[in-house]
Design a protein around this ligand. Structure first.
Ligand code: AMX
Length: 446
């Protein structure tokens, strides 16, 4: 095992202990049926088809996300706080240790992750050169994804694979690439932000700070933005395997494309308005409402009219609805609670709260969406806006920095457990028509 650290050794031990469970299922129970697929699911985006596996997080439609078996409040309560630190939130390092191993780390173990990331954090100059070569009005997600992809030349996985590597070793360079990437992402994101929106004046990192704290430092935003960053990145990290960014990263990695290719692909999926870009859309929508009313808060009736106008013009209400959730997203609730504590009188927060009061009723009356409740994106922009990050096209980059924690932990485990290349079967419309007429496909399970 190359470059062993306590975390890496622990991960190896955990994966070795886990492997027999997967091997047994795959050998002895491979034919046990766990789901059926109907035509609606085949046409409708494979919704609810149980055909992916991850142990890092699980999304219950009613309860919301659990990270390694813990709800959001349980996760935040369990992670250690840094003794004597001025901030309230746990560090991202402690959370990543938990996500990767399933164990709550000690303060010292989390500190070791911080130290490990510090040693890997130097971003190569060519990444900045790539960013600087792009037209300055390029979307920040395009810049972020390109920066990640440009570093593929340094992939440990790609180099070791080219030299010849055993399947049982794949996880090791995947872990190395993932750690190298994670260590660099806050610097890259802050660089894009300051290059695009802050006169290209960069702020040096402070190697003594944790991941979230250092990000706030490089963004140039004082406390408590460091705590906002920690909370935000943890909340956005993982949402089980089927969402577009997680699934894309997993799918691309299953072809043994290295973590740079895989995560860059995942980011490109996150950049879609039905997925991560919704947080940008929410801010655009709410600002438009405020603008139309000359900066005033709408009445509930005025708000209803705005919501209906959006729906009648054939657009979605951004930040509402979800493919799996059927209740208010607990990631929304966690951020709402933060706002209630720290910015209860902020006008934008008041508007977002009013939308929460009115939109579920309007969406229910509209009658299309299966879930009229808000998702994570309905609330996240308010906090960023309040602390001065008002360039809302940057919000999905923030989402992407957090999402890296989950998807990179997932693909490291994918390689550790030896999961196969993903290759579902497609059929033709004529086949569907034939099976529709026959009342089902002959040979399919009832
Ligand atoms: N406003 C208006 N209509 C909506 C809606 C919303 N917020 N959410 C769903 N609908 C519509 C769908 O467009 C669909 O209409 P159609 O039958 O004409 O195509 C119908 O309701 C049924 O959709 P669904 O089964 O409830 O949702 P889905 O699983 O197909 O899609 C999602 C889920 C999130 C894409 C959808 O709710 C949506 O577009 N929401 C707004 C965008 C958003 O907030 N995205 C972020 C999600 C969280 C994330 O990934 N970051």
């Amino acid at each position: 095992m190359a470059n062993t650290t306590a975390l890496k050794a622990k991960l190896f031990e955990k994966m070795e202990a886990f492997k027999p469970r997967v091997q047994k299922l795959n050998k002895e129970f491979a034919n046990v049926v766990i789901d059926k697929v109907n035509i609606g699911q085949c046409i409708g985006g494979a919704r609810d088809v149980r055909c992916l596996v991850t142990d890092i997080s699980y999304l219950d439609p009613q309860e919301g996300i659990r990270f390694r078996g813990k709800t959001i409040p349980e996760t935040f309560a369990a992670l250690p706080r840094v003794p004597g630190a001025k901030f309230e939130q746990p560090t991202v390092e402690s959370f990543f240790y938990f996500l990767l191993t399933g164990d709550i780390p000690t303060v010292q173990q989390a500190k070791e992750v911080q130290e490990d990331w510090r040693t890997r954090s130097q971003v190569p100059q060519y990444v900045f050169d790539v960013l600087r070569a792009m037209p300055r009005d390029t979307h920040p997600m395009t810049m972020f994804s390109s920066a990640v992809l440009s570093m593929q030349r340094d992939s440990v996985f790609a180099h070791r694979y080219a030299e010849g590597m055993k399947k049982t070793d794949y996880w090791d360079p995947t872990y190395e690439d993932s750690m190298n990437l994670l260590a660099k992402l806050p610097t890259i994101a802050a660089y894009i932000y300051r290059m695009k929106y802050k006169g290209d004046v960069q702020i040096a990192s402070n190697p003594d700070l944790d991941w979230g704290g250092n990000f706030a430092q490089m963004m140039g935003i004082p406390a408590p933005y460091d705590d906002v960053a920690r909370m935000y990145f943890i909340l956005h990290s993982d949402h089980e395997s089927g969402n577009v960014s997680a699934h894309t990263t997993h799918l691309v990695s299953s072809a043994l494309s290295d973590p740079y290719y895989s995560f860059s692909a995942g980011l490109n999926g996150l950049a879609g308005p039905l997925h991560g870009l919704a947080n940008q859309e929410v801010l655009g929508w709410t600002q438009n409402v405020m603008k139309k009313l000359g900066g005033k808060l709408p009445t509930e009736d005025e708000l209803k009219t705005f919501l209906w106008d959006t729906l009648k013009s054939g657009q979605v209400i951004p930040g509402y609805g979800h493919a799996v959730l059927r209740k208010t997203d607990p990631r929304y609730t966690a951020q709402m609670e933060y706002c209630l504590k720290h910015l209860p009188n902020d006008p934008l927060f008041k508007l977002v709260n009013m939308i929460y009061k009115v939109a579920p009723g309007v969406l229910t009356e509209h009658g299309k969406t299966k879930n009229p409740w808000p998702n994570v994106d309905a609330q996240s922009g308010v906090i960023q806006w309040y602390y001065g990050v008002r360039e809302w096209d940057f919000y999905t980059v923030l989402f992407g920095v957090g999402r890296a924690l989950g998807v990179l932990a997932n693909i490291t485990w994918d390689r550790g457990l030896g999961y196969a290349i993903e290759r579902p079967k497609s059929v033709t419309t004529a086949m569907l028509e034939q099976w529709a007429a026959a009342g089902g496909r002959k040979g399919a399970e009832d």
